[in-house]
Design a protein around this ligand. Sequence first.
Ligand code: NDP
Length: 236
Amino acid sequence: MAASTPRQCLVTGANRGLGLEFCVQLLISGANVVATTRSTGRATKLNSLVAKYPGRLHVLPLDVSDAKSVAELVRELPLVAEGPFDLLINNAGVLHSGERFGHVTAANLDDSLRTNASGPFLLSQSIAESLADGAKIANISSQLGSIENTTAFYTPTYAISKAAQNMATRLLANALRERGIVVLALHPGWVQTEMGGPDAQIEPRVAVEGLLRVIDDAGLDDSGRFFDYTGRPMPW
Ligand code: NDP
């Protein structure tokens, strides 16, 4: 294991897409992983990794939009995790497509904000005491949450929620700086997942390799900043 390889990691939304790929690459690197998913029973690909990495992968239920579910996870973590976490990846996210001005619903806005903004913020706050000093939190953001880059009315509830998540990233970075904890907002690129669709530009493997490199390279001076998967700074 490389010196900088995180030993104990927590990944949300780990049953598919980027979350699953984060788990695969972290396990290959030698880390222990607590992987969370809304439905542990249906997480077939994730569950199949448990036998491949005995004792190193634990799968726990978590709906990031539900405060009770977050509290339940926090109660269960000490039962499976050995020592504090070195890395939290707030990856779970939702995108309601096809939204048009005049027809955006309160339900979509509420769901997007709870899942993409409140979820990562409240989970980070709840497990802050279980993070090692010098740990890292990666909030998986999106270029669609960049206010400066927004020139059209596109995916509004997603964009609003990711912009809110970006503020959460900066605030968490400020709150946790004195413990040496680095908090990053990261755009993964346009990735071939259920969310990104088949026309997306890059494979999850490429996006996650890049994101893990950016996380690995980030120091305290980078905390509270927004980067893409190649390490390029993103405009807020
Ligand atoms: P997917 O749609 O493939 O996966 C989303 C994951 O989030 C699933 O595991 C899903 O679980 C989980 N999830 C959704 N809502 C909740 C919830 N309330 N509680 C817990 N888990 C939840 O998307 P990606 O893998 O592409 O996305 C991962 C992250 O990357 C997201 O934050 C997304 O916004 C971001 N991103 C992706 C881009 C892309 O091009 N793919 C571009 C920019 C950002 P379930 O199976 O139960 O629904």
